[in-house]
Design a protein around this ligand. Structure first.
Ligand code: GSY
Length: 157
């Protein structure tokens, strides 16, 4: 059994409903037990594409699946919720990113763990700190509550 830390985001359609449905689908997946779900945060879009504000959450789950199997589950949930990725870094119905898997460091063509951008994303660190403050980033060797920083553009609903 390993512990996985996920970031979920949506900025198209009923954002809260998309997030709730994604968490429901995660919980219905064999081999995944959702343990904690953060509050919803409204967040300013990061990246070069002008788009609507996101709703972001983080999820902690226990799993018997491999990281690659978890990635496949995330991708299938994105498809199920009809994620339409027209523009890279553009609007999306739902986005599920694997942040950490225990203390694993993975560098595969389709999967980098810890997530390469998580330390510079307040829309990840602030929700993650709410539910996993004592989790340790396996490369930075610091707790999430040592890595998190304030950002007025990340607003708890
Ligand atoms: N605030 C915010 N900005 C984002 N830019 C991208 S791309 N994404 C998708 C996650 O990689 C987000 C997001 O989830 N939230």
């Amino acid at each position: 059994m390993t512990t996985i830390y996920l970031s979920l985001g949506s900025n198209m359609g009923d954002r809260a409903q998309q997030l709730a449905r994604a968490v429901e689908l995660l919980g219905q997946t064999a081999g995944i037990r959702v343990m904690r779900v953060s509050s919803i945060y409204e967040t300013a879009p990061v990246g070069s594409v002008a788009q609507d504000d996101f709703y972001n959450i983080c999820v902690v789950a226990d799993t018997t699946l491999t990281p690659q199997e978890v990635l496949a589950v995330c991708q299938s949930i994105e498809q199920e919720l009809a994620r339409v990725r027209r523009i890279h870094w553009g609007p999306r119905t739902i986005d599920l990113d694997i942040l950490m898997v225990d203390d694993y460091v993975i560098d595969e063509p389709n999967l980098q763990v810890p997530h390469p951008f998580m330390l510079e994303r307040s829309f990840v660190l602030i929700p993650l700190n709410e539910i996993a403050a004592d989790a340790v980033h396996p490369v930075a060797k610091k707790r999430i509550d040592e890595l998190v920083y304030d950002d007025p553009e990340v607003r708890k609903l």
